[in-house]
Ligand binder design. Sequence first.
Ligand code: DOR
Length: 433
Amino acid sequence: MIPTPTDLVVRNARVLDPGAGLDGVMDVRLAEGEIAEVGENLRGTRELDADGLHLFPGFVDVHAHWRTPGREDEETIESGSASAAAGGFTGVVMMPNTDPIVDSPVIVSGLARKIERESRVRARISAALHVGLKGERLTEMRLLKEAGAFCVSDDGLGTASAGVLRNGMTYARSAGLPLILHCEDHTLATGVVHDGVAASLAGIPGSPASAEDVATATALILAAETGARTHITHVSTALSAALVAFFKDRADVTADTTPHHLTLTDDLISTLEGLYRVNPPLRPDADRDGVGEALRAGVLDFVATDHAPHASEEKELPLEEAAPGFLGHETAFAALHTELVLAGKITLPRLIEAMSCAPGRWMGEGGSLAVGEPADLTLVDLSERWTVDSGTMISRSSNSPYLGRTLTGRVVGTIVGGELVHDRTGAQLGTRG
Ligand code: DOR
């Protein structure tokens, strides 16, 4: 086949895509923004030698806060997408809890234009389910969809009541928009950390796990009843994961958990540092292990980071006063590879399924190296050890809970639509003239 002028062959990588059934040292040819060929001894006008690297379908993160509009000091579409690319993510969903809230068509279309100009990765917009995220008046979902919204969510807050949520699900379904649900019952969630031994020892008010579990049960029951396409995000308790398992065949439901809920626990509360405040809160070992097992078993379909940048003046505070949230994009793969794969808790193929294939299927784009799919991929050095350092973060913020930790496995190249959008390969792209 005559190579097109724009084609790129990534050579000799260890290719792994459980969804497409690929596992072995191969070449991948990218042309016109798509995966053109996967095989041996492929040639292209440009070549990238990836000997010794792993090549995965690009990671997809359905939960990110890029703080635009309103808090561009914390993140912008440019910096958020560069941070995502540095973490190997080629597709992202942006959450609507911005200032102003993404609850009107004009804000959605403005964001869509900004994404077009600034984003290095594919970015989709989640609009709000309720005006102002207030759980009162529904947004105009059909108009939001026409303006470019991909889904709806009141993320950052739980929905005020079961009746309000049921109504929202019915309208979202008729507008053809999936929902991403942050499950939190605010009548129970009155504290700032998980209500357990660590909270008691530290003397910090806790919220019981039921604040999440009750809301998750409500959401699942209503999803089953309304038939709405429902994604439960940042599942952090073993019981919520078990509830998802029960409803898996009874509702159109998927669920994710985060790298931090899979790798960290509430013993970090003893530091009293605001850095470790997050919502839902870090939980005890039994929940961390429960969600890990649910991810391994496929009950939790995939991982999403809940990338939540905050300015240092909002995080360098006592726990009670700090804003909740962690950076996620740049450390997700390395943290999960180190803490789950190398620790023997899940396999590398399952991790790639959970970071690429399954969220790609949910988005309807990306997460696959099958011929004809978008040329979105991630190159990783599985043996590189690196220490997470605020000075080298690409995000505008530095509130990573992994600061100072040494992780194994690092993204060295990210390709979106056939173009390198993050490059630490150190290789000059060889051009065959
Ligand atoms: O910790 C969190 N931070 N949880 C959320 O649900 C929202 C997020 C944010 O926007 O900072």
